[in-house]
Design a protein around this ligand. Structure first.
Ligand code: ADP
Ligand code: ZN
Ligand code: ZN
Length: 732
């Protein structure tokens, strides 16, 4: 009988697939797409996934090697997820092997995890009758035997108890213990979980819930609810409906939103198994959660962007919270949008998808206007809370004390005197963004980037925020040896120091990437904020996202002017979202909130529209502007990036790529650039960009399908690192 040819996806940045042979002598199971195989790859062995099975190969069949082992008895990837992978690989022009293996739990890339059973150890009959005193000289071995008396224990637990591999293998050799494989049982739900009662919905919340639960097929909803309007409560009611039908819910959240509080809120309402995918999981825990989602035991699946690929037995609903958040777009490697893929997944699963936010992206709004999405709005805050009142502080010609205006300081005193909290927002960590020589004008710059060093005081250090370089703070100017070095501008550390002087008796909490290094840190600080009164919080955009601070009544926005003058066409949109989200932290409970926004441009028309008429009106104006300039969502983009340590090579490669592109027929396609990236040098690499634009998504896609293989074959491409970003968010 002729052997089968298996087309296999392998985790390599190569755009073709790999062919291997399979014959009946290799396994009793018949290979199927979606099963994993172990294959020889050069001198290595690699785990791959079968894409399809064929009679013929596009390579010379005589040179094909057989697979080493078929690792699964059943496909581990369902047909729907398979289609999602294939679509994503095609749309983002990214190698299928990296798409699939890069988003599967890492443990599945490991041959060891080929079964869904976990490795346990138990005593052999010899071990049971063994007197552990005879191991007196090796107390660790005897301790492990004692531990295993009357029970089997998983390898992970044994290692967590401080026993090394050597001890395990010594006892194995002595035939005192043996391996057994046990199917991991889902841990029983704590009987302590008492489901909390749902809240009575407002009429607007009820309308939204009814609309979504009446959708019996695929449909995308935009749930646009102002901050604190009770979007989460809407999600909870919808999830409840689907759980009662025996279905699962998939919830995608931005990175920072995935705090234990979020999970606790879901767990508190529903006494069901939740598969939560967060960064603290061990590879085994991740795999177990993934399997529980796949076999339907986990009813709620919650995670960040890559969770969009989590298998589910019977999915009823997909919810993507804070849809405007940039973290849903992967910015390196396989550059996919979890938002767009969640919609595609809904289509494949034939189920509704909800995108929720107070500040929809222009793409999503445009889709809602053109009836591709159904718009649901929550225009009021839930309970008795009212939206905050905005006050613009004109800081032109004013002396600012480390970035703080007298009006803001005065307002802080009043709010703090009433035992409330004030939150100050400054999107720049560190002490000061520039270290300048007063004598000659020299400033400290990173050698690896076209960027200034940021001064940090806690601990004192110059740090480049674009690469990981850092150096000690010089005492003298390296250009003229003057001692007059000064810090220019403000960062969160400097504001914190100034606040300590002004408010010596008040708790001041700084929240930025320097104080929040671990997931636990955020948790601890959030607890402090929740239970504290009279506190000042100073932080970066980490503070803006989704948190509920009932005691914050005053928000101060220190410096957002640059967002209105950036060259990036998306900057104004994201600044407007940020202002609205930060402001939304004020007055979320019974106490009303006030927002002080300091600016040198109090007359800026868009800023005024945002503050006076709100985000909705602001976004309508931006959409008009985008229409006039032809930027997305009124056109579609793909960005070809290249970088190399050699200064000329990236630009040279992109120029060749453009020339090759011009030779292809390209009606309705604009080829823009190439140009050096605005920050030409970053982390020791020179970078350049080349933009491809079209008014039609389909046209762009069809053209990229022809263009990328041509680019892939360019010899100059081997001398640079290049990547394609379809629907880029960052333009540089
Ligand atoms: P969002 O997600 O829109 O920012 P949340 O769902 O977190 O808002 O709700 C904000 C607050 O309002 C929460 O404390 C929540 O318990 C409360 N809330 C939500 N819906 C209702 C309701 N129908 N009645 C009373 N309180 C509500
Ligand atoms: Zn100098
Ligand atoms: Zn740098």
């Amino acid at each position: 009988m002729q052997p089968y040819i298996l087309h296999v996806a392998i985790n390599k940045p190569v755009r073709h697939c790999f062919d291997y042979l399979w014959s009946h002598t290799l396994s009793t199971e018949i290979p199927k797409p979606g099963m994993r195989v172990l294959v020889p790859f050069g001198k290595q062995q690699m785990v791959g996934v079968i894409l399809s099975i064929d009679q013929t190969s596009c390579f010379d069949e005589k040179k094909l090697k057989p697979i080493i082992e078929l690792l699964d008895e059943q496909p581990i990837i369902s047909e729907k997820i398979f289609s999602l992978y294939q679509w994503a690989s095609q749309y983002y022009q990214h190698p299928i092997g990296e798409v699939i293996l890069g988003t599967l739990p890492t443990a599945l890339r490991d041959k060891k995890n080929s079964t869904d059973k976990t490795l346990y150890y138990q005593l052999t009959s010899q071990g049971k009758s063994f007197a552990s005193e005879s191991l007196k000289r090796s107390p660790k071995q005897s301790a492990l035997i004692t531990l295993l008396t009357n029970k089997s224990i998983s390898r992970e637990a044994i290692k967590n108890n401080g026993f090394s591999n050597t001890i395990i293998s010594t006892l194995l050799e002595k035939k005192l213990i043996e391996k057994i494989w046990i199917a991991e049982e889902t841990p029983p739900l704590s009987t302590l979980i008492q489901a909390e009662a749902p809240l009575a919905l407002s009429p607007e919340q009820q309308t939204a819930v009814t609309a979504v639960i009446s959708a019996k097929n695929f449909k995308t909803f935009l749930l646009q609810g102002i901050t604190g309007s009770g979007k989460t409560e809407v999600y909870l009611h919808i999830i409840d409906h689907h759980l009662k039908q025996g279905k699962q819910a998939l919830i995608l959240v931005p990175e920072i939103g995935l705090t234990p509080q979020t999970i606790a809120r879901f767990q508190g309402r529903f006494p069901v198994h939740i598969a939560a995918f967060h960064s603290k999981l061990s590879p085994t825990e991740r795999l177990n959660s993934w399997r529980r989602a796949q076999n339907g035991e986990a009813k709620i699946i919650i995670g960040t962007r890559s969770a969009v690929f989590t298998p589910a037995k019977k999915l009823g609903i997909i919810i993507l919270d804070e849809e405007h958040d940039a973290s849903f777009k992967q910015q390196s490697g396989f550059r996919y949008s979890a938002r767009d893929l969640s919609i595609l997944r809904g289509q494949l699963e034939k189920i509704p998808v909800i995108l929720g936010t107070a500040t929809p992206s222009l793409e999503t709004l445009h889709n809602a206007h053109s009836d591709r999405f159904e718009l649901l709005t929550l225009p009021f805050r839930a309970g008795n809370a009212t939206p905050p009142i905005f006050r613009t502080v004109d800081i032109r010609g004013q002396y600012l004390e480390e970035g703080l205006s007298s009006q803001l300081l005065h307002a802080m005193k009043i709010h703090l005197a009433e035992d409330n909290q004030a939150l100050l927002f400054l999107n720049r960590r560190g002490y000061a963004p520039v270290l300048l020589c007063r004598t000659c004008g020299w400033s400290a710059s990173c050698h690896r980037c076209d960027a200034k060093f940021t001064v940090h005081q806690f601990p004192p250090r110059l740090i480049c925020h674009h690469c990981i370089s850092s150096t000690s703070i010089p005492k003298q100017c390296s250009h003229c040896q003057s001692n007059e070095l000064i810090n220019i501008g403000i960062g969160t550390e400097k504001v914190e120091a100034a606040l300590k002087k002004h408010f010596p008796d008040i708790d001041i909490l700084r929240i930025d990437r320097d104080t929040i290094r671990h997931k636990n840190d955020m948790q601890k600080i959030l607890e402090k904020i929740k239970h504290g009164k009279r506190q000042i919080l100073i932080g970066t955009q980490m503070l803006a996202k989704g948190h509920h601070f009932p005691n914050v009544t005053l928000v101060g926005i220190l410096d957002i002017d640059s967002g209105f003058y950036s060259t990036d066409f998306r900057a104004v949109e994201s600044t407007g979202q940020l202002i609205t989200q930060v402001a939304g932290r004020a007055g979320r409970a019974e106490k009303p909130g006030e927002v002080y926004l300091q600016t040198y441009q109090p007359d800026h028309p868009l800023l005024n529209i945002l503050l006076e008429e709100g985000y909705h009106s602001f976004s309508q104006h931006l959409l008009m502007e985008r229409k006039n300039t032809g930027w997305p969502p009124f056109s579609f983009l793909a960005l070809l990036r290249a970088e190399a340590t050699h200064k000329e090579k990236p630009l040279h490669f992109l120029t060749e790529a453009k020339r090759a592109g011009e030779k292809l027929p390209h009606p309705h396609i604009q080829l823009l650039g190439p140009i050096p990236a605005p920050m030409h040098k970053k982390a020791g690499n020179f970078r350049a960009i080349f933009l491809i634009q079209s008014s039609q998504r389909k046209t762009l896609q069809a053209w990229l399908n022809k263009f990328i293989p041509v680019v892939d074959a360019l010899p100059s491409g081997k001398k640079v690192r290049w990547s394609l970003d379809v629907d880029p968010l960052e333009m540089f």
